[in-house]
Structure formats: structure tokens, C-alpha cells
Design a protein around this ligand. Structure first.
Ligand SMILES: N[C@@H](CCC(=O)N[C@@H](CS)C(=O)NCC(=O)O)C(=O)O
Length: 219
């Protein structure tokens, strides 16, 4: 059976969790608290970079969330979360995934540092807020009016990757005002059972503060 190493507060793990649920796959969830357990030799043997998520499929281990999503797509293509094989669609999907993983986290981390009362320069904070605005605008421009997903009626990895990260942006104090298509898209995704099942509760978010602070202090 597939083994999925995760923690509920990890946006990187949540995209895998949603994909496993949407594909209706059986898997064994293995919870890491990230309170130091990620540095234990049993885990660093699996991922030398001490990060979750990790997927283990018998004797095959996959690290890096986007690689795990690709593996799941290739091995379990039904239902498929790929758009048509048309070059522009593939490029658009990849761009949306990569903007989410490359542009959002560095900016979010700056704002989270401020929220957790860690030192951060005002200038960096302003740049981070602008960066998140630019990401939201990029998503807004890539969504069509009255379309539930980036590719019309078809749920793809673009929705799974961006759509498990973007709904938390208001917690950073940045509203969706001015991004009506993003707001509607998030509301639609959050109605899906897979999103509801993987959504951290407010209590879990509060409890994770100290762990998050310790991780950000190391960065
Ligand atoms: N690029 C990696 C990032 C994974 C990552 O940063 N995971 C965080 C949780 S969201 C983690 O495990 N942090 C623990 C640590 O840094 O020690 C991916 O996409 O899988």
C-alpha cells in the first residue's frame, strides 16, 4: 500500500493528500509533527532533506510534492488531472503550479514572520504583500468567468496545487477583494469533500504556531 508522510498543516503535503483522495486511492497516512521528528535517522533515510511530503510505493520512494503528483498521475491516470496534451495547456498548467510553489512561499514566510513576532524589515513586508498581489492577479487573469477550474469543467493539477495554497491567503491579512474570479474559484474548490477533509481547523492552526515559529527561526 502507498505510504504518505505528511502533516496536516503542510500546504506541500495537502496537495498530495487531495490528489490521493480525488483518485480514491488507498494509502497509509504517516503523521510527522515536524517538532524534530523530521531529523530522526529513520526519516532522513527516506528524505535526506528532512521534508514532507514523501510517498513510498513498496520499494520506490518519491520526494518533492510536484514529483509525487506526477508519479500519481502516471501510475493512476483515472481520473486524470491533466489538461489536454496541447502544448499551451501543458505549459499553462505547469506555470500555475510553479508560480504557486516558487512565488507564494517566500512572500508568505515574510508575512508569517511578522505575525509570529519574528524580526522582519518593513521594506521586505511591503515587497511580500505586493508579490502576493501579483500572484493573485496572475491567477485572476488565468481564470475564465463562471468557470469552476482553470481548464473549464476539468479539475487539473493547477487547481490542486494552487487551490490548496490560495484559500489560506486571507489568513495573512490579504483579502480577495479585487480578485472576484479567484474568490469564486476558491469557494467552489472548498465545497469538494477532498478539500474539506484536508482543511486544517482553526484550533490545529493555533496549536501549530510554536512548531511553525521554530521552523521559520531556522530559515
Ligand atoms: N519543495 C518541497 C518542499 C517541502 C517542504 O518544505 N516541506 C515542509 C513542510 S510544508 C517541511 O517538511 N519542513 C520541515 C523542515 O524544514 O524541517 C516539496 O514541494 O515537497
Amino acid at each position: 500500500m502507498l505510504k504518505f508522510y505528511y502533516t496536516k498543516l503542510s500546504v506541500n503535503a495537502r496537495r498530495i493528500w487531495v490528489s490521493l483522495l480525488e483518485k480514491n486511492l488507498e494509502f497509509e497516512p504517516i503523521l510527522l509533527k515536524l517538532n524534530g521528528d523530521q531529523f530522526q535517522p529513520e526519516f532522513t533515510k527516506i528524505n535526506p532533506f528532512h521534508h514532507i511530503p514523501v510517498l513510498v510505493d513498496d520499494d520506490f520512494t518519491v520526494i518533492e510534492s510536484l514529483a509525487i503528483l506526477d508519479y500519481l498521475e502516471a501510475k493512476y491516470p483515472d481520473p486524470s488531472f491533466l489538461p489536454s496534451a496541447e502544448p499551451k495547456s501543458i505549459a499553462k498548467m505547469r506555470s500555475l503550479e510553479l508560480v504557486t510553489v516558487n512565488e507564494l512561499p517566500p512572500a508568505s514566510i515574510v508575512i508569517m514572520r511578522e505575525m509570529l513576532e519574528l524580526p522582519v524589515e518593513n521594506k521586505k513586508l511591503e515587497i511580500a504583500k505586493k508579490q502576493i498581489g501579483a500572484v493573485l492577479q496572475y491567477f485572476e487573469d488565468n481564470l475564465a468567468e463562471n468557470s469552476p477550474y482553470f481548464f473549464g469543467e476539468r479539475l487539473t493539477l493547477a487547481d490542486i496545487v494552487a487551490g490548496t495554497a490560495v484559500p489560506s491567503i486571507p489568513f495573512l491579512g490579504i483579502s480577495f477583494d479585487g480578485y472576484p474570479k479567484v474568490k469564486q474559484w476558491c469557494e467552489g474548490l472548498q465545497k469538494r469533500a477532498s478539500w474539506q477533509q484536508t482543511e486544517p481547523t482553526e484550533e490545529e492552526l493555533m496549536r501549530s504556531k510554536a512548531i511553525l515559529k521554530a521552523i521559520l527561526e531556522r530559515k
